[in-house]
Ligand binder design. Structure first.
Ligand code: BG6
Length: 487
């Protein structure tokens, strides 16, 4: 091999679930599509006593288990030659010295390599510190990808940013929020800014309110040990929901690049009014405290709904309702833009719509697509109105091939140095600043415990009251039934 021309993606913590379930299947897919740089090797760094052969075997089993349709033996034979294993301990500096020497020997110095922190967050600092000590940051040429959670509050996130910035420039740092890698999340900006008919109405003049729902049907399952310290506010709101919110609310950037995009997202976060605690509803599903590795008196919320405002010209006075929870009836992530009713009502709504006739729903997953409901005259009636839908489904317009996994795009962008779909330091810190008071409230033993809700229900009734007070109801889109209220 021509050693000078090779580069490497080094996965720190390569024996973990994420590598087998997400990273390697995504890299394999990229290789199958011919998108993975031809000179890229993938090195798994972890403590276990594995070798190249064993690493390859485990990774093959991961692809066969998690993305079986994708497995083609001849493709694998080609791809697996790029996989190597380096045995080492995150807490042992000598192992990083050996890694440095290994990188020199096999990859001709440190040229544009990428280090992926797929470790538990407690090892982020040690690992990054040793990378720096052993010159693996390579004076601004190498990159690091950092998995979530990035901190557990503003102070820890700020501290981590400061620590990393001692060695790595912001341009070298890629903080993962996998929601940004989802095809449909990326499409929010394309939908808004590559059409001319939506943006003129995308503001307080015609929009009554906005809803963002990220509902999951699974409960906390085997992740209870982590989850009981995180809860839905850290696990979902500070990152995924706020990312969807900023994409929905941001101004058009002057150009489609990482700096301009992230500048606009940051401006949205800066404009969010501190969240009023009376506009927050927390819930915990029945039986959560009986889960293995959950404290028996845990106050951790598994559900939250909140109302917030963005104090700028576009959104003044428009409530944004956000909700997310586990053990809900459906898995769905969607954004609903709820338009104002017509100013003058000529027709009878009897037996017809009892909510805004115009709701635009962007379905992030599953059944990815966009729906617009509007009122039509009910046939053979005098003046009754019925709500109907215009639907776009990815599967109908682009075929049944599943959409790429978020990690495909994110890995490729990071390897190529494009940070557009990664969270910047200030973005992360602002999101924590907004969420911290809500988290403190949730964790305060002197404050009311979260509302209990039955598994497989849409959460506590108090969440319904939150949105009803503004005359709305929580919406989801259900195939041919269209956009419906969930309570
Ligand atoms: C992760 C959370 O970031 O996102 C999980 O830690 C959650 O708790 C998951 O289940 C949801 O992601 P997706 O892509 O399945 O909606």
């Amino acid at each position: 091999m021509n050693a000078q021309k090779k580069t490497a993606l080094v996965i720190m913590g390569a024996t973990g679930d994420l590598t087998q379930r997400k990273l390697i299947p995504s890299l394999f897919k990229l290789c199958q599509k011919g998108r993975l740089p031809a000179n890229l090797d993938i090195i798994g760094f972890a403590r276990r006593e594995w070798d190249d052969e064993y690493f390859r075997q485990e990774m093959r089993e991961g692809i066969q288990a998690f993305t079986p349709d994708q497995f083609i033996q001849s493709d694998w034979d080609h791809f697996s030659q790029r996989l190597h294993f380096f045995q080492g301990n995150f807490t042992n500096k000598e192992d990083f010295d050996r890694l440095s020497e290994y990188m020199h020997r096999h990859y001709g110095g440190h040229e544009n390599h990428t280090y992926y922190m797929a470790t538990s967050p407690e090892f982020f600092k040690t690992t990054i510190g040793y990378l720096a000590d052993c010159n693996l940051d390579d004076a601004g040429k190498n990159k690091i990808i950092i998995e979530k959670p990035f901190g557990s509050d503003y102070t820890s996130a700020h501290d981590l940013n400061e620590f990393i910035h001692q060695t790595f420039q912001e341009e070298q740092i890629f903080r993962i929020d996998h929601y940004l890698g989802k095809e449909t999340a990326q499409n929010i900006l394309f939908f808004r800014f590559s059409n001319s008919i939506f943006e003129p109405i995308w503001n307080r003049n015609l929009i009554d309110h906005v809803q963002i729902t990220v509902a999951e049907s699974v409960d906390v399952g085997h992740r209870a040990g982590y989850y009981d310290h995180a809860g839905v506010l850290r696990d979902m709101f500070q990152n995924h929901l706020f990312q969807l919110l900023t994409l929905t609310a941001m101004e058009p950037p002057a150009a489609f690049n990482a700096t301009y995009l992230r500048n606009e997202k940051v401006k949205v976060l800066q404009a969010i009014r501190p969240i009023a605690l009376e506009d927050v509803v927390l819930g915990q599903y029945d039986g959560y405290c009986q889960t293995d590795r959950v404290a028996p008196d845990s106050r951790t919320p598994t559900y939250a709904a909140m109302k917030l405002y963005i104090d700028n010209w576009r959104w003044q006075g428009v409530p944004f309702y956000l909700r997310s929870g586990k053990a809900l009836p459906d898995k769905t992530s969607e954004i609903s833009i709820y338009f104002r009713n017509p100013p003058h009502n000529l027709f009878s709504f009897e037996g017809g719509v009892d909510q805004s006739p115009n709701v635009l729903s962007i379905i992030i997953q599953p059944n990815e697509g966009i729906h617009l409901s509007f009122a039509t005259k009910q046939p053979d009636s005098y003046k009754e109105i019925q709500s109907v839908n215009m639907n776009f489904y990815y599967s109908q317009s682009f075929g049944n091939e599943p959409l790429p996994d978020a990690y495909e795009r994110l890995l490729l962008d990071a390897i190529n140095g494009d940070a557009s779909l990664f969270a910047r330091a200030d973005e992360i810190e602002l999101a924590w600043q907004l969420m911290d008071p809500v988290i403190r409230f949730a964790e305060d033993p002197n404050k009311p415990s979260p509302h209990q809700y039955a598994k497989n229900s849409w959460g506590p009734q108090a969440a319904l009251k939150l949105i009803e007070s503004n005359g709305g109801c929580w919406l989801v889109t259900q195939g041919t039934a269209g956009i419906i209220c969930t309570f």
